[in-house]
Design a binder for this molecule. Structure first.
Ligand code: ADP
Length: 394
């Protein structure tokens, strides 16, 4: 099966797409259809020769955009379509061939991801029309974390919250944590073992991976729990919600909005959610940016230290995501905050490993835990899981 897989990630007004062959080679034909449903709708991307294109698609909906993507596939018909689905609840522990039954189950989990799952479902429906003859596979952000033990996934709430309403910790960014931990096992002499992974992009999460299985992670019922993110607060006192409501008269929607969209790096700095700008302004002495950087790094270190309790042995830490792959400052600060773990950072390797670079950033020959930068490839992982699913079910 050498034909490529078309990977699709549908939001409410966008479709990210990538055509990926079995070797996961780059550059790939890939891009983004955005502003769908508006007069400004357009398709952007790069073809497999690395040339960029932008095509106006005024008023296009998901189906029209998918047709435009189909026209761009350079005659390479995919063997299947792999869909990124945010929430798979407890039902999906691995990728699933999309059938009527699977669609119903994804619908049933929409209550747990009201912003994401309905958009993902709309994307599947449109894709089934445009690519009617191709098998479709759902790959879930939550699936990799379904190996968490109850002590890691249960909240200390009355049992019925869990048994009747599915309220538990699920974790997200599963394809990324799975990809980088597997890659570290290939690259490092330690192999599969105990790895801490830090996916630091606009959304941020950490995971503890023991012998290839996720055993704990920082995100929970929703992708709001855990680390400080671009605009998301991460952990706050659960009493905050009642406080804001009682003392300031805020509605639930207002509280949800501030914690998801106006907090994190943006809220702390008062400037931006973009880490590049935070670093620049912090260097210039901007107090808000300096504080945002400090809190961001401290919370990552604290989370990694906490998650280390889930690992019998700590073999190393892996940084990934836009910040993890490109910010030597964040990586150095996080490791400095964990002196008792015995990391030994190689400053030159840390500075040099940016813009897609992959490699160890710890000192060679060091016997303590290793430190790695591994660029994530969520689309590649989705393509791989799609192929594996086809081999199992078709
Ligand atoms: P998403 O989670 O939306 O996929 P990314 O993984 O692309 O996002 O990460 C976006 C973040 O990466 C932004 O905060 C951006 O500022 C940061 N980033 C990108 N390049 C750099 C860089 N050179 N230095 C520091 N941060 C960077």
């Amino acid at each position: 099966m050498n034909a490529p897989v078309l990977v699709i990630n549908c939001g409410s007004s966008s479709i990210k797409y990538a055509l990926i062959d079995s070797t996961l080679e780059t550059p790939r034909l890939a891009g983004l259809a955005e502003r769908l449903g508006t007069p400004q709708a357009r398709l952007k991307g790069k073809n497999s020769a690395g040339e960029s294109f932008i095509q106006a698609l005024p008023g296009a909906d998901h189906a029209k955009a998918l047709n435009a993507i189909l026209d761009r596939l350079e005659g390479r018909l995919p063997v299947a379509v792999g869909h990124r689905i945010v929430h798979g609840g407890e039902r999906f522990t691995q990728a699933a061939l999309i059938t009527g039954d699977v669609l119903e189950a994804i619908q049933a989990t929409a209550a747990l991801a009201p912003l994401h799952n309905p958009a993902n479902l709309a994307g599947i429906e449109a894709t089934q029309t445009v690519f009617a003859e191709l098998p479709q596979v759902a790959v879930f952000d939550t699936a990799f974390h379904q190996t968490l033990p109850p002590k890691a996934y249960r909240y200390a709430l009355p049992e019925a919250f869990y048994t009747e309403h599915g309220i538990r910790r699920y974790g997200f960014h599963g394809t990324s944590h799975a990809f980088v931990s597997r890659r570290a096992a290939e690259l490092s002499e330690r192999g599969e073992g105990g790895w801490l992974t830090a996916h630091l992009g606009n959304g941020c999460s950490t995971a503890a991976v023991w012998q290839g299985k996720s055993v704990d992670t920082s995100m929970g019922l929703t992708p709001l729990e855990g680390l400080v993110m671009g605009t998301r607060s991460g952990d706050v006192d659960p009493g905050l919600h009642a406080h804001l409501h009682r003392q300031l008269g805020w509605s639930l929607d207002e509280i949800d909005d501030v914690l998801n969209k106006r907090s994190g790096l943006l809220g702390l700095s008062g400037l931006t959610n973009d880490m590049r700008e935070i670093e620049e302004k912090a260097l210039e002495g901007h107090a808000g940016a300096s504080l945002a950087l400090e809190v961001f790094c401290y919370r990552i270190a604290k989370s990694l230290a906490a998650l280390s309790c889930a690992l019998p042995v700590l073999d190393g830490v892996i940084f990934t995501g836009g910040i993890g792959e490109n910010s030597p400052i964040v990586r150095a600060r996080v490791l400095e905050l964990l002196p008792h773990f015995g990391f030994a950072l190689d400053d030159a390797a840390n500075e040099a490993t940016i813009r897609g670079g992959e490699g160890a950033i710890g000192k060679a020959g060091h016997t303590g835990p290793e430190a790695w930068v591994i660029p994530t490839d969520e689309e590649g992982r989705i393509a791989l899981e799609t192929r594996q699913c086809l081999e199992t079910f078709l």
